[in-house]
Design a protein around this ligand. Structure first.
Ligand SMILES: [Zn+2]
Length: 369
């Protein structure tokens, strides 16, 4: 679809392949001309896959894809509510990151780059490395030296150059941005392009629920890209009259790394928090899409909550014991949030539809605290 890039903060227009506003350094947003969107009658009948939603992505030609999306939405009828679990570990590299990688790699190819780079806590690096290899692009991944060793090994195996950065994810992020500028490679990662690709999870959920939305939707938050993307997708579907209302979004962070929860509770801008959680996939001290994440909560009457590592591990075990679903710690954070709220106030879930995104499973299982 035709689009323009606009700064989320000062409104300055940008052009491909800029990834931050040249005036104020804020993140950019992809804006489409929705009046040009035409969904033909067959749209609803098409098989549900990520590439089905190409009209909602900022790509000009064919989408580079590896068969991602179309993941299971497991429906579980419980005594007082219905639970829907979206199983994102079914994607080609084991996490929801593959949806965003299709856009990153498509744009890199479209714009004629010979290489890509990105900062990652692990899963995104593995996804980008795998997609770049398939696309014939050189790939450099910046990762914290204390990130998960198992994921580092998988990234190396996928053929990427791995740069260990002394410091946490946000330090790796600065390294990746610098490297992209100095080496003329395409910067992948949690910016506006990837955000567009992450929209397809909720689009699939809506279709799998026959164009109804859940009453409550639990989303784990690291960089808040999925949270911001989900809200944008819901607004797009609403604008196109595919849905009538929005779900209430509950953002869930690990208690040891909860900058969004703190900002939300105090009504203040997001501040950096030194990550201290075993859920490495969401160990992000300063979320890139934090401001947009808060906007998503404000726009859906949502809330932000945190869960302790022990609660995450219990949720992870329960997913396996009750439903046979394997998840890495970061992937089970949304479910841990649901269990916590349900335990505190079950009445708010009575006769409701509750959806939880289980984001990935890229660590040996089980791993105990
Ligand atoms: Zn700006």
């Amino acid at each position: 679809m035709d689009y323009e890039l606009v700064c989320t903060s000062c409104g300055t227009k940008a052009a491909d392949p800029e990834f931050r506003c040249r005036k104020c350094n804020s993140v950019l947003e992809v804006k489409y001309d929705y009046s040009m969107v035409r969904l033909d009658n067959g749209f609803r009948k098409q098989r549900i896959t990520h590439k089905k939603y190409a009209k909602f992505f900022p790509v000009k030609g064919k989408l580079f894809d590896m068969g991602e999306g179309g993941t299971t939405l497991k429906k579980i009828k419980l005594k007082d509510h219905i639970l829907f679990l979206k199983l994102e570990a079914e994607n080609p590299t084991g996490s929801f990151k593959d949806r965003g990688s299709t856009i990153d790699i498509t744009k890199a190819l479209e714009l004629g780059f010979g290489g890509v780079c990105c900062a990652s806590t692990g899963n995104m690096g593995l996804s980008i490395a795998t997609y770049a290899r398939k696309a014939g692009l050189k790939c450099t991944i910046f990762i914290s030296s204390d990130a998960n060793d198992e994921k580092k090994g998988k990234i190396r195996k996928a053929g990427a150059t791995l740069c260990n950065v002394k410091g946490r994810f946000n330090t790796a992020l600065l390294s990746a941005e610098k490297f992209a500028k100095e080496n003329d490679v395409f910067l992948c990662g949690d910016y506006h392009y990837r955000k567009e690709g992450q929209k397809s999870i909720i689009m699939e959920i809506v279709e799998q629920m026959e164009y109804r939305v859940p009453d409550h939707l639990f989303i784990q938050v690291g960089n808040a890209t999925l949270l911001a993307a989900t809200y944008k997708a819901l607004l797009e579907f609403k604008m196109l009259r595919l849905i009538k209302k929005l779900p209430r979004i509950i953002a869930v962070q690990a208690a040891g790394c909860d900058p969004l929860v703190r900002a939300y509770e105090k009504g203040k801008p997001i501040g950096y928090v030194e990550p201290r959680t075993y859920a490495d996939a969401i160990a992000v001290g300063y979320p890139t899409f934090g401001f947009e994440g808060i906007t998503a909560l404000d726009g859906t009457n949502g809330i932000a909550i945190s869960v302790k590592d022990k609660e995450i591990e219990d949720a992870r075990m329960e997913l396996y014991d009750k439903y046979g679903i394997k998840s890495e710690p970061g992937g089970a954070v949304g479910y841990a949030g649901f269990l916590k709220l349900y335990g505190e106030e079950p009445s708010i879930f009575r006769d409701k539809k509750v959806a939880v995104i289980i984001t990935g499973n890229n660590e040996s299982w089980p791993k105990s605290l």
